[in-house]
Write a protein that binds this ligand. Sequence first.
Ligand code: ASP
Length: 424
Amino acid sequence: MKKNKHMSLSTKIFIALIAGAVFGLLINFFLPTGLLKDTILIHGILYVIGNGFIRLMQMLVIPLVISSLICGTMSIGDTKTLGQVGIKTLVFYTITTALAITIALALGMLIRPGMGLKITSVEIEDVTVNESVSMADTILNIIPKNVIASMAEGDMLPIIFFSVFVGILLAKLGSKTATISRFFAELNDVMMEMTITVMKAAPIGVFCMIARTIASIGFDAFVPMLKYVGGVIFALALQCFGIYLLLLFAFTRLNPFTFIKKYFPVMEFAFSTSSSNTTIPISIETLKEKLGVSSKISSFTVPLGATINMDGTAIMQGVAVVFIADAYGIELTGGMLATVIATATLASIGTAGVPGVGLITLAMVLTSVGLPTEGIALIMGIDRIIDMLRTAVNVTGDAVCTTVVAHQADMVDKEVFYSTNDLK
Ligand code: ASP
């Protein structure tokens, strides 16, 4: 086969990630604090370019989700198939999260990351925990009071609710609403094209974001926490490269290595942005163009997953619970562990797909078993890097579920899945 002389986008993102990390390390260790390091690089060039790119991606999310969700729902048409897709997705998301937290707790109990830790040896920061919304209100909030306000706020669940509703009605009304249907189909084309165009800048954005993060991280905070960090990383890897790939193979018989290889750039992107929400457009695009997964399914499952399915976050919370309990010398009973599995699964639903929220919902998990929420301060200093890793796992969980559900609905194009094409 003729080798394309242009490098693929995944290779470019990978190179940018490594180069950005090296550049960030150089800044961190070799440049003295001052004008060049802080004002010009960290808060200047890297900040503007990196965040400029994130904004471009964020700008896409809402119109892309609305148009692709309306088009997807409309083309599936019947409510029975939609209901089946919805139920399968919810079951899959819940089970994988419960599995994730169980693995994390088991591993935590095995390595006891907080044992022997002197609380004073770790930097304590102030923790402010937001008031959590009640379960009843969480459910009610799915129905938007004002859909424009939900769009403005970027509230994904009410937007999903409204868009699916519109899609169902457009399918029902058929030719009577042909103009509106076409409008959304064309809007969807525009948003997809915009995603592809913006993605061309991804390597530059990724370089700047990673360089900035690594340049401003305090590595000293890591030393007393190595067991905790190692435990979280190990559990994340087990979930991502063990459980997910096994599930994918068991349900679809598709080659899991092809899947992970093609999906890897999306994981890198989630890693550098720490945001499942910002990753929605590139995830839908990659699933469609590289893995042959119909956007009729992904337009629903990916934004939903970015909002309610956070397996990586649940893993961090599981290890953190054991860590904090040990650090404060509190014994975890079987009942407490069971409660943590339940509350961390719920916390995953309540965690928004933006940076750092997993640490806030950890408060809910800790409170449920009477552990001190001040314990969060112990892991705060190093959470930035854990956030990057867990976000990569969060989005992979969404993509695996999407592929399984789409496969069952016969909406995976195997030719595309096994083809060697790549995004340029
Ligand atoms: N940053 C994570 C995400 O966007 C959420 C979290 O755990 O903080 O998926």
